[in-house]
Design a protein around this ligand. Sequence first.
Ligand code: ADP
Length: 780
Amino acid sequence: MSAPKKWHHKKAPLLPLRNLVVFPGMTVPLIIGREKSIKAIEKANDVDRRIVCLTQKKEHYDNPTQRELYDIGVGCELLQIQQKLPDGNLRVIVEGIERVKVTDFEDIEDLTMVDVEPLGSIGEVTPHIKALMRVLSEKFEEYFRVHKRLLPEILLGLSNIHDPDELTNVIAANISIPLIEKQEILAQTSILERLEFMIDKLSEELEILSIQQKIDSDVKSKIDKTQREFYLREQLRSIEKELGESDGEFGSEIGEFRKKIQKRKGLPNYVVEKVNEQIEKLQKMPPMAAESAVIRNYIDWIFDLPWEKKTKDRLDVNAAHKILNEDHYDLEEVKERILEYLAVRKLSPDAKSPIICLVGPPGVGKTSLGKSVARAMNRQFVRMSLGGIKDEAEIRGHRRTYVGSMPGRIIQGMKQANSSNPVFLLDEIDKVGLDFRGDPTSALLEALDPEQNTAFSDHYLEIPYDLSDVLFITTANVTHTIPSALFDRMETIIIPGYTQFDKVEISKKFLIPKQLKSNGLKKSDLSIPDATINMIIERYTREAGLRSLERHISKLMRKVAKKKVSGEVTEKLKITTKSLPDYLDIPVFKSDTQRKTDEVGTVTGLAVTEDGGEVLCIESTLMDGTGKLILTGLLGDVMKESAIAALSYVRTHRKELKIPKDYKEDDYDLHIHFPEGAIPKDGPSAGIGIVTSIVSTLTNIPVSSKVAMTGEITLRGKVLPIGGVKQKVLAAHRNGIRKVILPKDNEPHTTKVPEKIRNEMEFVFVETIKEVIKEALIRK
Ligand code: ADP
């Protein structure tokens, strides 16, 4: 190889290039068309054949100014000028000699001369640079292999290059990357940076190329597969035709679909029409079209629904009563309501089903009642939880255009029921949410409302579905969060919770036999005396329902089962109150006799929460301060307002309440706290409790711990009635409290409390707050 040429020139004519970067060492043919450029070539040819090539920043500039050209280019030698071509263009061949930087522009006559400085040679070739050169060469070889359009000679020459400058120039000239990046490589005078930059660039290019190849081959194999299947199906069709079997669809799914329609005689006409329409659409479609899968899926759904299927109702009221009693203890009101329903149904078969809503805390048997109703009526049972549903589409389904779309939960439930008249339990209707994705309540309403549900519309199905034979039963923990549009159309039946006595009975008659069976034990394996059951209820659970109780009984059975299987015991086991902790661990709750003493500022309130009736502790205390009211604990807005009203009442009635004269409000902060935090859901009912607590704190007189209270107050000191008397009284009783202060107006409601409990309780009915204070505070 000859010694590289050098660039010694300061001034030379300019040759702007539209879409090309020349690198030193490269020989390039150029077609010259612009008048000014032709002049430049002629000038160079007259002098010493040197010319400076600069690349334009944008291709479309016709007469680029200094700013429109990159300032680093290449000083070149004109190797050859051919005669003008017929179209007036000039063909030349130039060879790049060295990188140059333009320092000055000068337009003389009709061409541009530029002053340039050569950008020197590189320094020492360090081992680091050598290593980078090797990496770059390897990358390029790899690039070369993937990119099939390059000439093999380039690769062969590469191994003979030892000069890094030359190496980068050769490679840069031979890779296809955007012009701007080529220019960037040209402008990099530091060889180290140039090598690193090019290695990065090449790696990136390689990655892009490999992804591109993968996509190409994927597409190709997909097309191959589709073509193959299409071909096979066509063949199959013609074979079937040859054999004279139907119109070429025998054995195919379209034939199957047609047969299914024939079989399901009772399908409503509009359903048959819809299916036929879809079958026709499917038939016209190439079998592998993506949409055909959607249609097949749709037709399957239609066939899976029990449009015309029904179970025969058992409308025998006496038999049904027997079944309901078999499954559940008490709950007379609910059972009665269900029997009424059956009776009406018998007399007037077309009567519209009402929507029953069972309201009560967890574990009182709402779900299991639903099941039992289904059993009593000989219907299928399906259950769906509405808790947390916010999206209308969950109830009404997604339109078919949506990939992976499905019917909503109501229609899914119908498929599961496989009969169009099931008992359909909608759990947690009080937990339906509302947000930007539409309003699930209106969809629910359409499903539940007997006026509308003969034609329930699901977005996926597109055709109406008749839900009028379904017996909907809904359940809720509380009523006030049920959307009012729904609440209005439902008949609510409240299940307030069970007394201790009920729980013992239910345990003996239902829970224990059930758990014995599911744990594989026999009656002869163990005995659980009443005292033990009482202890489980009192010391291990504190709930209105039976969930925790049932769990504890089940735990007890498991332990017994283990003892039996391991051979630890062979005879009948008696679980006494003494041995109970061996099975269930240490009791969680204290017994009544261990309950607290009378304290200043501590009041036992009563409230209704999601878990049913609940006792609720109210505490207050006084400290040095500036007259602030501090409220803490988990409490809703209504409770806060109650507390403020209570304090206002106390302030305006200091004298009657015998608050000491030396108590100056501005010198103290009053702190009211609700320690155990279930938020009462029934609005204000703690008013009298808060007043009592404040008065006790300010007068330093203790509150009786044997009294619980509930009632709201006015600013004038009157006590207003509250809701949930039965639940609250049961809660007090459950917690070992036998005396309850209630608003006078609530007196009639106490008749709802089971007699057995009522007889054990002492009720104090009050009209004013003064009576409350008199009853609750223990004045000496
Ligand atoms: P909910 O739906 O109200 O939360 P569940 O129906 O799950 O309550 O009832 C919890 C358990 O208690 C079930 O095993 C159920 O059979 C039982 N149970 C509830 N109430 C009664 C009752 N009155 N008689 C017999 N078992 C009952």
